[in-house]
Design a protein around this ligand. Sequence first.
Ligand code: CP
Ligand code: NVA
Length: 301
Amino acid sequence: MKHLLKMLDLSTEEITEILDLADQLKYELKHGIPHPHLKGKTLGMIFQKASTRTRVSFETGMYQLGGYPLFLSSNDLQIGRGEPVQDTARVLSRYLSGIMIRTFEQKEVEDLAKYGNIPIINGLTDFCHPCQVLADLMTIREFKGKLDGLKMCFIGDGNNMANSLIVGGLKTGMSVSIACPKDYQPPKEILDFAAGYGDKFEMTDSPAQAAKDADVILTDVWASMGQEEEAEKRRKAFAGYQVNDDIMALAKADAMVLHCLPAHREEEITEKVFEAHAKEIFEEAENRLHAQKAVMVKLMA
Ligand code: CP
Ligand code: NVA
């Protein structure tokens, strides 16, 4: 494993190794056991979109591992003024031990990996959000004791979160049911991948069908970063795709609810369901820290 560009690149064994290491780092942190695996290393963090969790968890995580994080806003970098990614990658490779990037196009992340020679970590693109889904899998395993054989249900937009959840869920032995309006399904590349898993994958436009007997229900915002202008149109398209009491009544009685955050209460999820599952949701947010530290150790130690 040289980079973390998308879940599609990871084998089941690599996912399990990351989750095991994340559990260990979480244990060590809680018990005051230092783990300076990245002493003397530096991580550049390029942000072309806003962030609370990703920025703070990477920055803190790098510090806890003994390394040094550099926050690089695209407003200040020459990349924001059009310097090509190929050049940025080759320059930053000479200063840094690794790069985390949050941007729009997946190609930009792939190009950084192609032209640079240091590990690249995808901190969210329009296509996927692998760091979030590793934290989600970690959280599910923590609460349920396993992943294999569970049913994951995602309701909402066939977006970066849906894409990574489909791949991560299927690769770890879960069955995955996705409910999206017809015009908002995940892209062909993801549906083709999922088709290889036969009846372990279900794509439907019925939230009720997707939620039936689910062990874990996930959702995400209806308008992602960069789609703000379409927010009103999307609100109409996604009416009926809310995680609420009716949906929860169809899932297993002990079903978990996860949300990558930020959440829009009374849009994709009701306040009531959100608060009833706040324990899982905020553990999920915490687990970003541990899962990403595991990724950085795997790639950069
Ligand atoms: N879930 C997530 O990636 O949050 P931020 O956008 O705050 O980083
Ligand atoms: N789908 C959301 C996820 C935010 C963490 C977005 O891309 O804005």
